[in-house]
Write a protein that binds this ligand. Structure first.
Ligand SMILES: [Zn+2]
Length: 140
C-alpha cells in the first residue's frame, strides 16, 4: 500500500507558494511532479504582474489535482485572467503525468493483462492500486 508521507508534504507548508494552501496530499512517487509544478510557477510568477499560489493539492480519481489562485493586487483585468488560465492549464498538464506514474516509486506504469482485462500497473509495485479503475479502462 502507499501512504501520504507527512514528512514530505510538511516540506511545502512553509513554502511561499503554499502559504494559503488548505491541504497538501500527494504520494511519494509523485514528488517529482510537485517539484516540476513549483519550478514552473516560480518561473511564471517572475513573468507576470501578479502572483499565482497553490490553494490545494489532492488526489482525485487516482490523479493529482492542483488548485491555484491568483494573488491580485488590483482587481483582475482581462490580460491577467488570460495569463492565469494559460499557466493553470500548463500546471494541469504537468499534474496529469500522475496518470502514468507509480504512487510509490514514480516509475512509468505499464499495461498488463489481469483477468483478461487490461490494467495499468507498476512492474515493481504490482499490488498497489494505481487509480480509479473505471477511469483507467475508459482511457486505454
Ligand atoms: Zn512502483
Amino acid at each position: 500500500m502507499w501512504a501520504i508521507d507527512s514528512k514530505l508534504t510538511d516540506l511545502y507548508k512553509e513554502h511561499h507558494l503554499f502559504k494559503s494552501c488548505i491541504s497538501i496530499q500527494f504520494p511519494k512517487g509523485w514528488h517529482s511532479i510537485i517539484k516540476e509544478i513549483v519550478q514552473f510557477l516560480e518561473y511564471s510568477n517572475r513573468r507576470i504582474d501578479f502572483k499565482i499560489v497553490v490553494t490545494q493539492v489532492k488526489i482525485k480519481f487516482g490523479m493529482l489535482i492542483v488548485y491555484l489562485e491568483p494573488e491580485l493586487s488590483v482587481s483582475g483585468d482581462a490580460k491577467s485572467y488570460e495569463q492565469f488560465s494559460e499557466i493553470a492549464q500548463k500546471v494541469d498538464g504537468i499534474a496529469n503525468k500522475s496518470f502514468r506514474m507509480c504512487k510509490i516509486c514514480g516509475k512509468n506504469l505499464v499495461k498488463t493483462v489481469v483477468d483478461s482485462r487490461i490494467a495499468v500497473r507498476c512492474l515493481e509495485h504490482f499490488d498497489v492500486t494505481q487509480g480509479d479503475k473505471d477511469l483507467r479502462r475508459m482511457r486505454l
